[in-house]
Design a binder for this molecule. Sequence first.
Ligand code: ADP
Length: 646
Amino acid sequence: MLDHLSGYQPKRKILLIEDDPSYARLVEILLEESDLLDCFITNKQTLEEGLVELQNTRDYDAVLLDLSLPDSNGFSTLEKLIFNFPNQTIIVLTGRADKELGIKSVKAGAQDFLVKGEFDGEGLAKTLRFSIERKNIKIRLEETQRLAKMGTWECNTGTHAFFASDEVYHIFGIEAIKRSFSCESIHQPGNPLYLLGQTHKEATQQQRIKKEARITLPDGSARNVMLWCEATPIENNAHVFSGIIQDITERIRNEELKKEKDLAEQSAKVREQVIASVSHEMRTPMNAILGMSNLLLNSSLDVEQISFAESIKQSSETLLGIINDILQMSTINNSRIEFEKEAFSLQKLLENFMKAIRYKGTEKNLSIELNLPNDLPPILIGDKLRLKQVLYNLVGNAIKFTDEGSITIDIEKVFQENQQVKLRFIVSDTGIGIPQDRLIDIFESFTRLQTKDRLFEGTGLGLTIAKALTEQQGGKIWATSQLGKGSQFYFELTFTSKDQLDKGTPKKKFAIPELDPQTRFRIMVVEDHKMNQLVVSKTLEKKWKNAEIMIANNGDEAIELLQEELVDIILMDIQMPGKNGFETTAYIRNQMPKMARVPILAMTAHVNITEQNIYSKKGMDDFVLKPFVPEQLFDKIAHYLNKRPK
Ligand code: ADP
């Protein structure tokens, strides 16, 4: 590549197509004598032989072509050669009377011409060497233009000469044999290079043009291009236009794709936020419905009323499950889930799980079987709640989509090494099955397969959540199935294994002592939602006859009441008009010395209150999630009231 700079000259290969043997010999001698070019010469005597030779040996640096050969004469000899080898360096040899032909040949694509009898060894070697180098530079330039998708053109209205680089033609999709244009032809509408002609017109008025345009290629496809053109006036009212054209289709397409992607991301975010806030808004009234049905069930009802109240409770629990799924889904999509690393016994977890799930199977007359390997590590470290959730989901689906037969849960040890154990959980059913081509889709949000004659309950979120929970823990989940025969769902998770629980690990569950029935105490409920005020106060009054419940409709009212009265514990809603729960807590802690240490429990439908202990950072002692489970609420209140200094 850098021959001309380093001074090193490789041996060149020259093909001489010349039928006169003595003339051919003369060329050889002249070149041998010259120091300017070191070369091999091969001589062929007809055009046909020359073409065959070029076909067989592709690395000739140049061809010296006599235009008068036995099988071809005149200008057409050159045309035939260029047609077959358009990139070949050709130097034409003409007779003394045919100088015009030589000039015409150069215009048609030959690098140079030599008049027989008028050149010596040095002239011949120089012509060959410069032609070869010029051609190499041209090839390199074309390569660069091809890479940059950028072509150059020039047009002289004085001489009518029009030149365009290969890349210009390439951008416009014009084949090599159709590349004959003049300064005039490109101004005619319908000409493939009409855009250049138009640009010249604009450049005459504005001197310098930079513009974007869209062109349609002969094959119907379209390209975006950027054009730069400058005009330089010359004598006799003529101009020289020089221009650059660049194919920017890809850039424009990428910009469009980026815009589409940004828009899609933006709308996905908005959608998630809407879903999250709508489901949050739904949890609040659900609190009232569930709480009221609990209260209703505890009042004196006849058998029929009990069954009505039971079904209200059951349906609201189902609805709450769906809302929770949607909420969890939006949490999964919006942020990374934090997983627990807690020691637990898989055996115990599965025993409890089986107890809970078995009755669901019995309702449909399905047996549920569990197979465990003998060498299961007794203690695993991981997120047991999430593990249970995935299992619950898969087994729940298996029961839902199976009418007869059985459900089997198999657990296999994939490997155990350096305290790492990879387990595979397989949930198999003998149910309706899933078509092969849908086995991947079912893990997508809101995908539910159509069944002709039946409608199954569900949101199409269970598997999406199960997939996110396993994959975000570095595991995987997949399914196999046979339509009408049953399905198998597999998931794999890696845990750290342990031989036994740490000695010091305290037993988590301990019975919270009941409150002394003699003591009287005051609970303040700060809550703006009337229905929820009623649910909480009724639930608490039913539980503790000696409790006095004070209701504050919002934070400001709570502060006002607390100026006059002292309370033993506060249940604080977070989202309220005026001062919200956090602000009210901060005020009590900092501005009300008498109440500064009162236990405050956040009451919220926002599941993410648990994340990073937001409630404790905001000065609260604990939280109760709405809709609350009455026993949990009682336990927490009792726990804090028992801690009061006696
Ligand atoms: P949901 O069950 O709430 O509709 P999932 O995400 O859990 O949502 O499941 C998505 C869909 O995959 C289901 O609606 C059902 O069409 C199909 N599917 C899941 N599990 C099974 C199974 N065990 N047998 C047959 N089809 C199943």
